[in-house]
Each structure stands twice: as structure tokens, then as C-alpha cells.
Write a protein that binds this ligand. Structure first.
Ligand code: AMP
Ligand code: GLY
Length: 431
């Protein structure tokens, strides 16, 4: 991985998504050197983990200069919303480099739900009816709530680590939640609250890589957000995922392309928002019609852990094409097989959990037919791999059928052990 002619890439992030991106990039003959900041115990095998504060753009800038980085790939949303892509396209950066990920303006699709809803309204993109309110509009907000039918959907405008959405059955609970949010439950993130109509349907996620002109549709996926089996309990970052999604057939995807993807890209360009990076469309199928639940300005986690195994194009080439606006030259090559992933988590997650538990079984032969993506792991002082997060390891697999892929993921999930390991045993149950 030290070929001088190859590209020097810096990947930002430390989760299962980043391990899956690194795994895919490492397969590219275009790759020279790969650095991951900060990375995890899994990415350490694919490149060099560097312990840089990813919110400190100056520190990143010095590293990018020193290592002659050619391209930065950003995994999570926070650095994008904070302006990492703006920084590396400005004179403030010691070396200007293309970033895979939008600038602040584009990242608002995820960073502000109020912006995203107004954007969809401006561009006629199907989504739930809504209104937004600030604290001095509490009375009107309560009146608006009373005009809606339950369940009630309330969303903090800004980033709230996946906790900013409240869905409740009673008007009383909705009013209480509204007051709590507007009175600072999520700090600045809930200074504005979006109240929207509840949509009933099955969800799936569609991912697009765009260079602002061309776009490339990646395999769709479905994730399982609730911690408990049968989709019960608290929301998490995601407990597992599958791809493809059976209801996302050709006709549905044609509607997604025509009514959602194209109008979104056209809208960005009409508003002079230079968007180069991933767009994650969180969709819901309402009686055969796709509607947008949310946008994210990055790939999903754990969806990336099933999308990357199915992508047959060279990811580094796609990133170069994105940076240089040549994406329209590429056609997606997607493995027709099914991919699944099962997330092993620390008992207690998404609430309090312990870290530092030794992980064993990573060399078990039952993992031979699986792909292991580390999420929250690190290398302990004695060299052992230990848990360092709520979501610890995603066990992915590819097979001719979803059932066989799940069987492989679950065999792998059994083989890996650590104290208080927990995982859902029903990923894909509804398909
Ligand atoms: P969000 O962070 O906007 O994706 O919301 C989190 C989850 O809440 C989504 O994945 C949906 O399951 C659910 N949700 C959000 N908005 C709605 C809605 N308008 N109708 C039904 N469910 C929703
Ligand atoms: N798995 C959902 C997300 O990445 O937001």
C-alpha cells in the first residue's frame, strides 16, 4: 500500500461504516496510502489509523499537507455540517484537496430538518406535510398539533445524535414533548421544532453518490433501528441491515429516481449548492409511492456494511470521478446476491454500557463465510482487541439468498464473543 503513484486518501470516522468504506477502498489498485482518522481496530489492518481530532480542521490540514493527501472521504455528518469541505476548498487550508461530502450548505439537508422540509416543499419532492415552530410560537404550535391525527411526529431541527425524533400517540404527550424540546431539551438543536404528519408504510434507504451533475445509485438497504426483537424498544443507530429490499422493485425505484432523486439534484443545483458526496434518502413506501422521511448527507451505518459488499465498481475510481465531475462516465455494477449484516452490541446499549471488554473468536472458522466490520473496537494496551462503543462489530455476509446470507451472518455472530454481547436474532424477519 505504499505505491508512490497511487492516491493518498484520508478517511474520517471510526465506525462500521468507515471500516466497510476502507475495506472497499483497499481493494482498489488506484490506492496508494490509506489513513483513517481515528479509525478502529479493524481499519488498522487496511491502512494507518491516525489519532487526529476530526473537529480540528487546522490539525487535519497540517496532516493533509505533511502526507500529501489527494482526497478526503468523510464518513459521519458532524464534520460536514461543521464545514470540513468548505475548509479544504479555501485558502485557510495549507493544501486544497477535494472532499467526498458536501459543504455546509449541502450538509443542511441533514443538519437542519426545517431546511430539508422547506427544500422538499420548494422542489415538490413528496414528503409528509409539516410546519416548523420556535419557542415564541408555542401557542400556534399547540393549535397546529390539535389539527393533526395521532400518532404525532415531532422533530428537533438540528443534529441530536438520532434522539431528536418523538413519535407519540396522545396529544397530551405530544404537547409535553413539544414544550420540552422548545425549552432546550436538545440545546440549540431543538430551538426550532418540525411537527409533521405521520406516514404509514415500510421504510427503506436509497443511497446516491453525486458530483453535482452526474449521479450513481448504490444498492438500496433496510436497517433495523430498534434495539429489541420485533422492532421494539429504544431507537439505536441500527442493529442490522439487508440489501436488496424486496419491495424496492424496478417500478418503485423508477419512481424514486423520477420523483425524488432527480428533483433533489436539480433543486441543489438550482439553489447553487455544490454537492459532491453521498446523499442518503430515508424513504417510506406509502401504498406504492415513495416519500422522503429524511435526508442524510453521508452513508448509513450499518447500511454501508451491506452496500459495499454488493458494489462491484472500484470505489476509489468513483471517488476520483466525483471529485473531478466525471461520475456520469460510470455505470453501477451491482452484485445480484443478497447482503446482510448483524450488529453485535454492548449489553445496555443504547443506554449505559461498559467498554474495554476483550473480544475473542475473531479467527474462528465460522467467520470464513462472513465479512467482519469493526464498529466500536480498539486495540488495548496488551495488544488485545477490546470493545470501545455501544455498537461493536457488524457481521456481514453475501449469499444467493437473504436466508443464506443471514445464516452466515448469524454463524459469525455466534463465533465472536465478549462479555455482555447482545444482538437481535430477527434481522430480516419481515422480508
Ligand atoms: P428521522 O430521524 O427523521 O429519520 O426519524 C427517525 C425515525 O422516525 C424514522 O426512521 C421513522 O421510522 C420515524 N419517522 C420519522 N418521521 C416520520 C413520519 N413522518 N411518519 C412516520 N414515521 C416517521
Ligand atoms: N442507520 C441509519 C443511519 O445511519 O442514520
Amino acid at each position: 500500500m505504499t505505491d508512490k503513484k497511487g492516491l493518498h486518501l484520508l478517511l474520517i470516522g471510526s465506525g462500521g461504516r468507515e471500516h466497510a468504506l476502507a475495506w472497499k477502498m483497499a481493494q482498489s489498485p488506484r490506492l496508494g496510502k490509506l489513513f483513517i482518522a481515528p479509525g478502529n481496530a479493524g481499519t488498522a489492518h487496511l491502512g494507518t489509523n491516525v489519532n487526529l481530532p476530526t473537529g480540528d480542521f487546522e490539525a487535519l490540514g497540517r496532516f493533509v499537507e505533511a502526507e500529501r493527501i489527494d482526497l478526503i472521504v468523510v464518513g459521519p455528518e458532524d464534520p460536514l455540517v461543521a464545514g470540513i469541505a468548505d475548509y479544504f476548498d479555501s485558502d485557510r487550508a495549507p493544501r486544497r484537496v477535494p472532499v467526498i461530502g458536501p459543504k455546509c450548505a449541502g450538509a443542511q439537508l441533514e443538519g437542519s430538518k426545517d431546511f430539508a422540509k422547506a427544500f422538499m416543499r420548494r422542489h415538490n419532492i413528496p414528503t409528509a406535510h409539516y410546519r416548523s415552530f420556535t419557542a415564541d410560537e408555542l401557542d400556534v404550535a399547540e393549535l397546529y398539533l390539535a389539527t393533526l391525527r395521532p400518532p404525532y411526529v415531532l422533530k428537533a431541527d438540528g443534529l441530536a445524535a438520532g434522539k431528536g425524533v418523538l413519535i407519540v400517540e396522545s396529544l397530551h404527550d405530544a404537547r409535553e414533548g413539544l414544550r420540552r424540546m422548545l425549552h432546550g431539551q436538545f440545546g440549540a438543536a431543538s430551538r426550532t421544532v418540525v411537527i409533521e404528519e405521520y406516514l404509514d408504510g415500510i421504510e427503506c434507504s436509497v443511497f446516491v453518490l453525486t458530483d453535482g451533475d452526474g449521479y450513481f445509485i448504490l444498492p438500496e438497504a433496510k436497517d433495523y433501528k430498534r434495539v429489541g426483537e420485533g422492532n421494539t424498544g429504544l431507537n439505536t443507530g441500527g442493529m442490522g441491515a439487508v440489501s436488496p429490499v424486496s419491495f424496492a422493485n424496478e417500478e418503485f425505484m423508477r419512481k424514486v429516481d423520477e420523483k425524488i432523486i432527480r428533483p433533489t439534484l436539480k433543486g441543489l443545483s438550482a439553489e447553487s449548492i455544490d454537492y459532491r458526496g453521498f446523499i442518503f434518502f430515508g424513504l417510506i413506501n406509502v401504498q406504492g409511492e415513495p416519500m422522503v422521511i429524511e435526508y442524510n448527507c453521508r452513508m448509513g451505518d450499518p447500511e454501508t456494511e451491506v452496500v459495499m459488499p454488493r458494489l462491484m465498481n472500484d470505489l476509489v475510481e468513483l471517488f476520483e470521478a466525483t471529485a473531478h465531475r466525471r461520475l456520469q462516465d460510470y455505470t453501477p455494477k451491482i452484485d445480484p446476491r443478497a447482503a446482510t449484516t448483524v450488529m453485535l452490541t454492548s449489553g445496555g446499549y443504547p443506554e449505559a454500557y461498559e467498554k474495554g471488554k476483550t473480544i475473542s473468536g475473531l479467527d474462528d472458522p465460522r467467520l470464513d463465510s462472513a465479512i467482519v466490520f469493526h464498529a466500536g473496537t480498539s486495540v488495548g494496551s496488551d495488544g488485545a482487541i477490546v470493545t470501545s462503543g455501544g455498537r461493536v462489530i457488524a457481521v456481514s455476509a453475501l449469499a444467493d439468498t437473504v436466508q443464506e446470507a443471514l445464516r452466515r451472518s448469524y454463524r459469525g455472530a455466534e463465533a465472536i464473543t465478549f462479555e455482555k454481547k447482545y444482538y437481535r436474532r430477527d434481522i430480516g424477519f419481515d422480508l
